[in-house]
Design a protein around this ligand. Structure first.
Ligand code: NAD
Length: 487
């Protein structure tokens, strides 16, 4: 692990195996951190925040360090992507895109580092000079899931460091290797010791002690809503700031006036990209009744052509499931959908194609005749399982689309601009895509409504999530007036 600028073993020397989902076999040994390691890392981060070179650096120099880090990531992005593929089984084509896209995030927030300003307020009190300062919070805990380990860590790291905080990252126990490798670049970029630290291990032994540590000022979490709720409760006991990027059950809504061939591709990118293991998965497909049967037929024909297999191959379109527990969870949800009498239109089993070997693959699965009250329509599966529901008109599409506890994203397929704008207004989701799906940029805010979380990542304003405001009052009077009344 990387703590206080040094490479260290876990307290007690424990390790655990990390598996390759394509082979189903272990490929790496990861230090098994515990509360003592968390304490070491948080103390190192706190010391780096209050003393040493980091607090002395001016904001432009912080930006230079982040920019250098972005440049180093660009050089190493392919190697980092390979590690991620081995750890979580997502396609190399997708992960190399993600690791390459870390640099723009780092460069964007590098540019913002020296544009954090306060203001002078012409207060209504005579003889008073009042100004504000935007100051960093202190130690930020960044807890990330397994589906996009480095990119999601970067979404937190870049603004947190630009704002002058220090960070302790806790990667998922399923995908720790790439974050550890990334620390070599933090070291090479020249960040002072303790500014960025990594403690690997499990949620209960590392994640929770990190959230509960009294010297942690803020928890930036991405993961499931169940874990998010536990973390939120623990953070509340310490009155800590939190941002929550949680799960979703996003509707992808196809109207009869849409370009149906494009919409098919949009639906596929919503549910088969990353084998459905994305927070924004468009796992509920709503199709207007008048084109329902035609659209479902086109969709099934397209999905049948999807090539499964080795995620490192650029030919592969659908990779394995990231871990065994997730594989079992997906198969369980397929059983639940069957028992709820949804109609299985495609797939529905573990994949036994020769190109899937011993890997953890699930056949792309489509259920029709789904009712929005069914568990398969309400709960996050996080796999290649699509639930299709018909709707009559806009009113019903909005009603079904919003009738879920989540609100992360929504897709709308229409060529009618009035309809596009109306739907974008009415859908309760942090992101609405029209005639596209899964677009994302460091320049645009991303985050959830409802149980999908709060706080935003991306965009210039969200740097405020890593800052606090101080108001400074200076009297310009030669006198201190009546001390018994408030001025
Ligand atoms: P998870 O909630 O199981 O784990 C996420 C992280 O929290 C891991 O590092 C884990 O070790 C840690 N953790 C687990 N229990 C903990 C505890 N009690 N205290 C502290 N930390 C704990 O999620 P996952 O299975 O790794 O990831 C999948 C989930 O992440 C899905 O729900 C998905 O939608 C969500 N996700 C959301 C976004 C987003 O931006 N909104 C992005 C990607 C994934």
């Amino acid at each position: 692990m990387y703590i206080g600028g040094r490479w260290v073993d876990a307290d007690g020397g424990g390790r655990f195996e990390s598996d390759n989902p394509y082979t189903g076999k272990p490929w790496a040994l990861i230090p098994r951190g515990n509360a003592a390691d968390v304490d070491r890392a948080v103390q190192a981060a706190r010391t780096a925040f209050t003393a040493g070179d980091w607090p002395k650096l001016n904001a432009s120099r912080r930006g230079v360090l982040l920019r250098t880090l972005g440049d180093l990531v660009t050089e190493k992005s392919k190697a980092l992507a390979e590690i991620e593929v081995r750890d979580n089984g997502k396609l190399y084509a997708e992960m190399s895109g993600q690791t390459a896209y870390m640099a723009p995030w780092l460069h964007y927030y590098a540019g913002l580092a020296d544009k954090i300003e306060g203001s002078v307020i012409p207060v209504d009190k005579p003889d008073m000079f009042n100004y504000t300062r935007s100051e960093p919070l202190g130690v930020v805990a960044a807890i990330v899931p397994w589906n996009s380990p480095l990119l999601l860590a970067t979404w937190k790291l870049a603004p947190a460091l630009a704002a002058g905080n220090t960070v302790v990252i806790k990667p998922s126990e399923y995908t720790s290797a790439s974050v550890l490798e990334f620390m070599k670049l933090i070291e090479d970029a020249g960040f002072p010791p303790g500014v960025v630290n990594v403690v690997t291990g499990f949620g209960a032994q590392v994640g929770m002690p990190l959230v509960e540590h009294p010297l942690v000022a803020k928890v930036a979490f991405t993961g499931s809503d169940a874990t998010g709720q536990r973390i939120y409760e623990a953070a509340a006991r310490g009155l800590k700031r939190v941002t929550m990027e949680l799960g979703g059950k996003s509707p992808n809504i196809v109207f009869d006036d849409a370009d149906l061939d494009n919409a098919v591709k949009g639906v596929v990118s919503g549910i088969l990209a990353a084998t459905g293991q994305t927070c924004v998965a468009g796992s509920r497909l709503l199709v207007q009744q008048s084109v329902h049967d035609e659209f479902v037929e086109k969709l099934i024909a397209f999905v049948k052509t999807a090539r499964m297999g080795d995620p490192m191959s650029l030919e592969t379109q659908v990779g394995p499931i990231a871990n065994k527990a997730q594989l079992e969870k997906i198969l369980k949800y397929i059983d639940i959908a069957r028992s709820e009498h949804a109609t299985l239109a495609l797939g529905g089993t573990r994949a036994s194609r020769p190109e899937c070997g011993d890997g953890w693959f699930v056949e792309p699965t489509i259920f029709t005749g789904v009712k929005n009250s069914m568990r398969i329509a309400q709960e996050e599966v996080f796999g290649p399982v699509l639930s299709i529901m018909p709707f009559k008109d806009e009113e019903e599409a909005v009603a079904i689309g919003n009738d879920v506890v989540y609100g992360l994203a929504a897709g709308v397929w229409t060529q009618n601009i009035r309809r596009a704008l109306t739907m974008a207004d009415r859908l309760q989701a942090g992101t609405v895509w029209v005639n596209t799906y899964r677009a994302n940029s460091y320049m645009s805010p991303f985050g959830g409504y409802k149980r999908s979380g709060f706080g935003r990542e991306g965009g210039k304003d969200m740097i405020a999530e890593y800052l606090q405001t101080k108001s400074v009052w200076i009297s310009t009077s030669t006198d201190v007036p009546n001390p018994f009344i408030q001025r």
